[in-house]
Design a protein around this ligand. Structure first.
Ligand code: ZN
Ligand code: ZN
Length: 112
């Protein structure tokens, strides 16, 4: 017994213990990293980074399942919140039909 269990890093998506240094650094196992990459392939790096920050800050709240699917409240600050589904967002970019960091955050949260 070395007592290293206490410092084992687990995948933040599936909670499995991570082995490689790369996986530990991103707190994500290789399979889950691929799933996330597939879900965010359409987004810019900046949007994905911003989306991860929103998720890390606990800014994505699943509210209910409406007729067209899950609906989320995405908060980028205590005063700035958007209604976001996996395909639509209430922010200015979303209303123009463009991809935004809120959509990226929702899709990452659904990528499990
Ligand atoms: Zn995982
Ligand atoms: Zn948006």
């Amino acid at each position: 017994m070395t007592g290293t269990e206490a410092t084992t890093t687990k995948c933040r998506r599936c909670n499995r213990a991570l082995r490689s240094a790369e996986s530990v650094a991103r707190q994500l196992g290789p399979t889950c990293a691929k799933k996330e990459a597939a879900k965010t392939a359409d987004f810019s790096i900046d949007q994905v980074v911003a989306a991860r920050q929103i998720l890390a800050d606990g800014g994505v709240t699943r509210t209910r399942r409406d007729l067209s699917g899950p609906l989320f409240l995405v908060a980028t600050s205590p005063y700035t919140k958007y209604w976001t589904s996996p395909t639509e967002c209430s922010c200015i970019r979303g209303q123009r039909g463009e991809l935004c960091k809120h959509l990226a955050a929702v899709r990452i949260s659904l990528a499990a």
